[in-house]
Design a protein around this ligand. Structure first.
Ligand code: FMN
Length: 330
């Protein structure tokens, strides 16, 4: 119940207030290298890629958002239907509510409208031990997800009433989870970023991918402080900028890295991919469209994909491999 109420509050605040961080995500410090002689056609661009063995028509990922309420159910279906039609992937919101109250499990079930997409389940890393691996596996299987994302969110938890602030043994619980399950585990932040050092520890623990969710996008300290009234405004912009996370993680780990946290345009996505990210993830800009219809989500994503394709043409990249490295610090 408490979890459901919190998720309702998150949706309401994210839909009605400005929760974008006041700081940039760092990608503004980079420029894609314009090619005035691309020697290819705009129609030659092919954005297809694969991630953890799954085909994507474009390297775009809908980041984890919601579940557990009837509004969340509609949002999830609209996101999933658009993802299916576009051939991209999606992360489900935290499954804690359905683990605590199985009656709300249907609000997470999107396979009817999205039978083919790469779908990641989601749980807080700090809750792994308390919930236990058995229940987590059942929750992942129940929604027929292909992977489980575990979110690392110590700053967000500080802003919540009764948030989890005893972060001991969390890495060990991730290690135990990775060893016990037959699906890939993705480690993600929620907007404060994953450093190179943390990425190395997570890779050693067995995660299959890292989603940096860096600073410069949605501020979760802000969202939860608005709800709880905690005086944490000096922490609204806390964290490691997305571009900085990418630089550090891509240097230090071999597992695929998802760029997220303030990805707002196809140019942002192209920059992150040029730096070496495997996918670009987007949450907040898709929330309002998802509250309306799947057509609205599709329209927002089509624009981002169109901008990615245009960027690729303008740097003379026929495919994602050719896009790699076509970037410079400005
Ligand atoms: C409404 C909303 C709800 C979210 N809920 C979750 C969640 O349940 N689990 C999670 O791992 N991340 C959650 N996130 C964080 C996103 O997955 C993402 O990491 C973060 O918002 C940064 O991306 P953005 O700047 O594009 O919004 C949520 C984001 C939004 C906007």
């Amino acid at each position: 119940m408490k979890t459901q109420k919190r998720k309702l509050g998150h949706l309401s605040v994210c839909l009605s207030r400005d929760v974008q961080s006041g700081r940039p995500n760092g990608l503004e410090r980079y420029e894609l290298v314009h090619d005035a002689l691309p020697e290819m056609g705009r129609e030659d661009v092919n954005t297809s890629t694969s991630f953890l063995g799954h085909d994507f028509s474009a390297p775009i990922f809908i980041e984890a958002m919601t579940g557990g309420t009837s509004q969340a159910s509609k949002i999830n279906r609209n996101l999933a239907k658009a993802a299916e039609e576009l051939g991209i992937g999606m992360g489900m919101g935290s499954q804690r509510a359905m683990i605590e109250g199985p009656a709300v499990a249907p609000t997470y079930e999107v396979r009817k409208v999205a039978p083919h997409i790469f779908l990641a389940g989601n749980i807080g890393a700090a809750q792994i031990t308390e919930i236990g691996v058995g229940k987590l596996v059942r929750a992942v299987k129940r929604i027929k997800a292909d992977a489980l994302a575990v979110h690392l969110n110590p700053a967000q938890e500080v802003a919540q009433d009764g948030g989890h602030v005893k972060w001991t043994g969390v890495l060990e619980s991730i290690r135990d989870l990775c060893a016990a399950v037959d699906f890939p585990v993705i480690a993600k932040e929620v907007g404060c970023g994953i450093s190179g050092d943390v990425a190395v520890r997570l890779e050693k623990a067995g995660v299959a991918a890292i989603d940096v969710a860096g600073a410069g996008g949605t501020s979760w300290v802000k969202v939860d402080s608005i709800i709880t009234g905690k005086p944490l405004d000096n922490f609204y912009d806390w964290g490691i900028a997305t571009a900085e996370c990418l630089e550090q993680c891509l240097q230090r780990v071999k597992v695929p890295v998802i760029a997220s946290g303030g990805i707002r345009t196809g140019i942002d996505a192209a920059k992150a991919l040029a730096m070496g990210a495997s996918l670009a993830g987007i949450a907040l800009p898709l929330l309002k469209p998802a509250a309306r219809s799947s057509a609205a989500v599709k329209e927002a994503l089509e624009r981002i994909i169109m901008e990615l394709e245009t960027s690729m043409f303008l740097v003379s990249a026929r495919n994602i491999e050719e896009l790699r490295g076509k970037i410079a610090k400005s």
